[in-house]
Structures are given as structure tokens and as C-alpha cells.
Design a protein around this ligand. Structure first.
Ligand code: PMT
Length: 223
């Protein structure tokens, strides 16, 4: 039996991609399967936490005992997350949120023509940065998906988004990142510590991340 070390904690997990519509049949998205975030939600529930999962479109079944809120776009994910924030102690953002969305969505299927086509994109809200700006007593865990300068770029995200812990994955490595069952992560802390973990299944990595969350909580982080 898993020790219920997160009993009493209200944990909000995000997972999956966001999907930004261009017209009724086309969209911009990414390769996130949701596996990493769903594994965290499942393991947190097993450790006794009260878990809400805000998820973009995935093919995965809802984890047992977890409240699931399904969204499509980054704007919808933001609204769902912000609405839950007051009743949340710990936020873990594994979702791959699209940084940009089409500036306008065509109501009709766009017609092909002989000319080239450009789609203007505008910035999506950075949900985690917004939460970091109103952190309060919450413990914040972000992910960083990088293809170069993993530690440098992830450290910048830790600082810019006011996080307690960043799970940095080099998504160009075999067996890491999007749409596979394993991951290879480096854990970055506020005090500059970097902990390199070997390749492992996403369920196992979820357990490792939550163990660090328990430790940080014990040290008073986010309180
Ligand atoms: O879903 P899987 O197939 O299992 O793949 C797992 C994963 C690769 C998606 C996951 O391990 C991962 O790295 N998730 C974060 C992906 C990402 O968008 O990283 P980022 O470096 O662009 O964003 C940094 C952090 O800010 C993330 O916690 C992200 O959720 C958050 N963010 C980013 C942009 C934005 N507009 N709002 C956000 O909240």
C-alpha cells in the first residue's frame, strides 16, 4: 500500500496539449499525450491527496478517484485553473500549453486558393507565470520542455515563473518527453540544486516528483 503522505493536500495537475482552432476542421497543437500529467494525478491520488486534473484533449482514461476537467484551448485551461486556484495547495503543470493561437478563428472551413497562406498568431496567456505572480502559500511545480541548454533554460523558467521545483526534460532525447512511456528528468530547485534522474517510466517519475513535493512541503515550502 502507498503511504498516504499527501493526505489533506489539494493538488491541481494539468496535462496534455492544448488545441488552438484555425477553423472548424483545423487546429494548432503539439505531441503531448497527457501520459506524464495523468501519471502524476494518479500517483498523487494514491498518496492520499485530493486531486483535480485539468486536461487538454488526450486518449487517456480518467485516473481513478481524480476529478477531471476537460478543456481544449490554452484560454480554457487558464480559466479552469484560475477558477480552482483558491482551493489549491499544490500546482503541478505538466501540460504542454500552446504559446500562440491564431489571431482569428474562421467560422467556415477555409478555402484553398492558388496563393500562399499566412496565419497570424497571437500570444496565449502564460498560465504558470500568472499563478507564480500570485503564489501565496502554494507550492508550484512546473515542467520545462527543452531541446537545448536544458538547465539554463529551465532555471530561467523557475525564476521567471516563481516556482519551487522545475522538472526539466530534454525532449530531443530518445526515451524522454512527448508521447513515450518513459522520461529523463533533471529536477531544479530554488536554491540552485540540480538532481539528475535516470530514464524511468512516467509512473515512477511521477512518484519521484511527488516524493520531492512531500519533502519541500515538510521544509515549509509554499507555506
Ligand atoms: O504528455 P506527454 O506525452 O506524457 O509528454 C510529457 C511532456 C513532454 C508534455 C511533459 O513532460 C512536459 O515537459 N510538459 C511541459 C511542456 C511545456 O509546455 O513546457 P514549456 O517549457 O513550454 O513550459 C514551461 C511550463 O510553463 C510548463 O509547466 C507549462 O505547463 C507552463 N506553461 C507554458 C506556456 C503557457 N502558455 N502556459 C503555461 O502554464
Amino acid at each position: 500500500l502507498t503511504p498516504k503522505r499527501l493526505a489533506g493536500e489539494r493538488i491541481l495537475v494539468t496535462a496534455g496539449p492544448t488545441l488552438e482552432e484555425i477553423d472548424p476542421v483545423r487546429f494548432i497543437s503539439n505531441h503531448s499525450s497527457g501520459k506524464m500529467g495523468y501519471a502524476i494525478a494518479r500517483q498523487a491520488q494514491l498518496k492520499g491527496a485530493e486531486v483535480t486534473l485539468v486536461t487538454g484533449p488526450t486518449a487517456l482514461a480518467a485516473p481513478h478517484g481524480v476529478k477531471v476537467i476537460r478543456v481544449q484551448s490554452a484560454a480554457e485551461m487558464r480559466d479552469a485553473v484560475m477558477g480552482l486556484l483558491e482551493r489549491t495547495d499544490i500546482v503541478i503543470k505538466a501540460a504542454a500549453v500552446a504559446d500562440y493561437r491564431p489571431k482569428s478563428r474562421s467560422g467556415e472551413k477555409m478555402k484553398k486558393s492558388a496563393a500562399a497562406l499566412s496565419i497570424e498568431l497571437e500570444k496565449n496567456p502564460d498560465i504558470l507565470a500568472e499563478i507564480g505572480g500570485m503564489k501565496g502559500e502554494r507550492l508550484l511545480v512546473g515542467f520545462a520542455a527543452e531541446t537545448q541548454e536544458l538547465v539554463k533554460n529551465a532555471t530561467a523558467k523557475l525564476n521567471a515563473k516563481n516556482l519551487d521545483l522545475v522538472v526539466a526534460n530534454d525532449v530531443s532525447q530518445e526515451g524522454a518527453g512527448f508521447n513515450v512511456d518513459t522520461n529523463i528528468a533533471k529536477l531544479l530547485y530554488r536554491d540552485g540544486r540540480v538532481e539528475a534522474l535516470p530514464m524511468m517510466g512516467k509512473e515512477e517519475l511521477a512518484g519521484e516528483i511527488l516524493e520531492r513535493v512531500e519533502l519541500l512541503r515538510g521544509e515549509g515550502a509554499g507555506k
